[in-house]
Write a protein that binds this ligand. Structure first.
Ligand SMILES: Cc1cc2nc3c(=O)[nH]c(=O)nc-3n(C[C@H](O)[C@H](O)[C@H](O)COP(=O)(O)O)c2cc1C
Length: 172
C-alpha cells in the first residue's frame, strides 16, 4: 500500500543506501541502468528545496516523510529509460517494505522545478518523486486524506491475464 501517513523522522543515509542498493540491481535493456536517485533526508540541507517539488495536494501529506527521492531516467542512455527506471522504483519499494518502511510515488510534482533544484542536464528526465518513511497512524492526516488511507483494489486476474490473444473486452 502507498500510505500518506508518515512518522516525521528522518531516514538515515545507511537506510537510503540500502534502498538504492536494491534498486540498482533491477534489470534494464542492454544493462544500461538508465536511472539515478537524488534524495533529501528530512533533516538535511536539501530538504527545504526538495519539499517544494511536489504539487499542493501531495505537499499536504508528503512533508512528513523521512526522505524524498527524485527518480531520474537517462533518455540518452536507452530508449527504454522510463520503463527501466520504473522497474528500479519497484525494487526500491519492495526493499523499503522489507525494512519496515513505506513508499509513496508521486507523479504530481514540478519537473521544471526539479530541473532547477537538481541542476539537471537535458538528458536526465525527472520521472517521479518518492516519499519514504515509517508509516504513522492515519489519525495524523486531515479528515479527507484519512478516509483514503485504506488498501486499494486491483483489477481481477482474469482481466489482466490471458492465454494467447487478448480478449476484445479487456482490450476495449
Ligand atoms: C507513477 C505513479 C504516480 C503516482 N502519483 C501520485 C500522486 O501524485 N499523488 C498520490 O497521492 N499518489 C500517487 N501515486 C500513488 C497511486 O495512486 C497508488 O499507487 C495507487 O492508487 C494504488 O494504491 P496503492 O499503492 O496504495 O496500492 C502514484 C503512483 C505511481 C506509480
Amino acid at each position: 500500500m502507498s500510505p500518506r501517513a508518515f512518522v516525521a523522522e528522518p531516514l538515515s543515509t545507511a537506510q537510503m543506501e540500502q534502498l538504492a542498493e536494491a534498486a540498482r540491481w533491477a534489470p534494464s535493456a542492454s544493462n544500461k541502468q538508465p536511472w539515478h536517485f537524488a534524495y533529501a533526508l528530512r533533516d538535511d540541507a536539501n530538504w527545504q528545496a526538495f519539499s517544494q517539488l511536489p504539487n499542493e495536494f501531495n505537499r499536504r501529506w508528503c512533508l512528513n516523510a523521512g526522505a524524498l527521492i527524485v527518480l531520474l531516467s537517462d533518455k540518452q542512455a536507452s530508449a527504454k529509460h522510463s520503463f527501466d527506471a520504473g522497474c528500479a522504483w519497484g525494487y526500491l519499494a519492495l526493499q523499503a517494505h522489507s525494512m519496515g518502511l513505506a513508499t509513496h510515488a508521486m507523479g504530481g510534482f514540478s519537473a521544471d522545478e526539479a530541473r532547477t533544484v537538481l541542476g539537471l542536464p537535458e538528458h536526465l528526465v525527472p520521472e517521479i518523486v518518492i516519499a519514504v518513511g515509517r508509516r504513522a497512524d492515519a489519525s495524523v492526516l486531515p479528515d479527507d486524506l484519512r478516509e483514503r488511507e485504506v488498501p486499494s483494489q486491483r483489477k481481477p486476474l482474469t482481466e489482466v491475464l490471458s492465454a494467447g490473444a487478448v480478449p476484445t473486452a479487456a482490450a476495449a
